[in-house]
Ligand binder design. Structure first.
Ligand SMILES: Cc1cc2nc3c(=O)[nH]c(=O)nc-3n(C[C@H](O)[C@H](O)[C@H](O)COP(=O)(O)OP(=O)(O)OC[C@H]3O[C@@H](n4cnc5c(N)ncnc54)[C@H](O)[C@@H]3O)c2cc1C
Length: 444
């Protein structure tokens, strides 16, 4: 078998891997190969944003850094990659090939076509133009480094058979993604590759995932959406510290719990605290109550009003509109379908008129409006998480290049790293920025 030596081999042809190849090629690297286990590149990219691809977010870089930071890793880790390749740099690359973008709520950026295929096709155009060699249907299972060269093998490698895959490269980028949505090809192989080179990998949990709840009270609410609420989660409900995390947005009740952007974002914080507190027996989140730890979230239906303001307003309204029934009054604050359950849990009769509401009942109502508690039993099917929280430890990666601090010429980019972010285009920007930075850092 004649063996071609590549300047750069990239394992994993997702967003990070493709961008790494493009960036290296722009920087003059000639012999580049992408090795991908699927029959085509970018399978996960095609699913993003419900097929519309929320490619990035136009918040300024400082806010980008803040949004993508976590107490699990240094908040400065991604800084250099974002400054090297910002959201506008990303957009420019696509604009150059004629693809335009539009901005939606919260600075989210989508292609004007509303179709992730158009994003992928620009990346493929670049790869073709730069003569990047693409090996599809190759499931890499082993990598060794000998004589300053990386050797990459597929599953059936056996030196007695010429037909099996082996590739040699001076530089290697691992961009195999995380381990959620494994049907897209990203099933955690990169963590094993990292371990081959003695890299540490943190516990990995699914993030941006729906939550399960067995609460009887919400059983019949499936399909109901709560708009613009604040969702909080306290570490101290895990009996640890008192740090509060919260997100704003919409929540949707599902047949077995909760979903919607606010829930997906808070799920990252729950995963983060499980990893941070090393709760090994909770890693599956199958039944958190088994381990005597309670995870609960709190819904604030009036995030713009403090408890005291709300109390003053209620007192006022109750005295002016004494004949109104509480169930009708609450329509200003809650959707119809939710009111009965809400009043039941607040121990207030539905048909009570405002003038008959006792002080203790008013307090119950306001307490629940500001912090309606829902106990959580676990994450939804972990394969359905949109991202992986945790991964290759970034303290062993040089943030200025994405090169391993342990092995020369070895790089890690994208979701295989322990970094993760909320919804809004941040996760793809992490993949593109880290990929671009690594590609730019390669010297042949
Ligand atoms: C349903 C869904 C919707 C999403 N929507 C958005 C969104 O709108 N905006 C956003 O910012 N983020 C979104 N994300 C997250 C985003 O898709 C990921 O963060 C991003 O794709 C990570 O890119 P990556 O290149 O690091 O990994 P991936 O895209 O996962 O690519 C890794 C590649 O490596 C290949 N690979 C793995 N192991 C091997 C191996 N052993 N040999 C060969 N190849 C291998 C895989 O087949 C895969 O093609 C979404 C995710 C999901 C699942």
């Amino acid at each position: 078998m004649t063996m071609k030596i590549y300047d750069l081999a990239i394992i994993g042809g997702g967003s990070a891997g493709m961008m790494a190849a493009i960036s290296a090629a722009k920087n003059g690297i000639k012999k580049i190969a992408i090795i991908e286990k699927n029959k085509s590149l970018g399978n996960k990219l095609l699913l993003t944003g419900g097929g519309r691809c929320n490619i990035t977010n136009l918040k300024d870089t400082k806010e980008l850094i803040q949004k993508t930071s976590s107490s699990l890793y240094s908040k400065n880790f991604l800084k250099h990659s974002f400054y090297t390749f910002s959201p506008t740099d990303l957009i420019d690359i696509f604009n150059e090939k004629g693809l335009d973008f539009k901005e939606e709520n919260n600075n989210k950026i989508y292609p004007i076509t509303d179709d992730s295929n158009s994003v992928l096709s620009v990346l493929l155009k670049y790869l073709k133009e730069y003569n990047v060699k693409i090996f599809n249907n190759i499931n890499v299972t082993n990598i060794i480094k000998e004589n300053n060269m990386f050797q990459v093998f597929d599953s059936n490698f056996d030196s007695n058979f010429d037909s099996n895959f082996e590739l040699i490269a001076k530089n290697l980028i691992i961009s195999t993604g995380g381990k959620t949505f494994p049907k897209t090809g990203s099933n955690g192989d990169g963590y094993y590759f990292a371990s081959l080179f003695n890299h540490k990998v943190s516990k990995v949990l699914s993030g941006l995932i729906s939550l399960n709840s067995n609460e009887k009270s919400i059983e019949n609410l499936s399909g109901l959406t709560l708009n613009d609420i604040k969702v909080s989660y306290y570490y101290n409900s895990l009996k640890c510290s008192k740090i509060e995390h919260h997100t704003y947005g919409n929540l949707i009740f599902t047949h077995n719990g909760l979903s919607g952007p606010a829930i997906l974002d808070i799920s990252n914080k729950i995963a983060e605290s499980i990893i941070l507190n090393n709760m090994s027996n909770m890693s599956n989140m199958n039944n958190v109550n088994d381990v005597n730890n309670e995870i609960a979230i709190y819904l604030d239906f009036c995030p713009d009003l403090t408890y005291d303001l709300l109390d003053a307003k209620f007192k006022d309204d109750f005295s002016c509109n004494g004949k109104n029934k509480i169930k009708n009054y609450l329509k200003f604050y809650l959707p119809n379908r939710f009111i009965e359950i809400f009043l039941d849990l607040s121990n207030v009769d539905l048909d009570k008129t405002l003038s008959n509401i006792k002080k203790s009942e008013r307090k119950n109502i306001i307490n629940n409006l500001k912090g309606f508690k829902i106990k959580i039993n676990g994450f939804n099917d972990k394969n359905q998480g949109m991202i992986s929280c945790g991964g290759v430890k970034v303290n062993e990666i040089n943030p200025k290049t994405m090169e391993s601090k342990l092995v020369k010429n070895l790089y890690f980019v994208g979701e295989v790293l322990e970094c993760f972010a909320p919804t809004g285009g941040y996760n793809l920007q992490i993949a593109f920025s880290t990929g671009f930075l690594a590609g730019k850092s390669i010297v042949s």
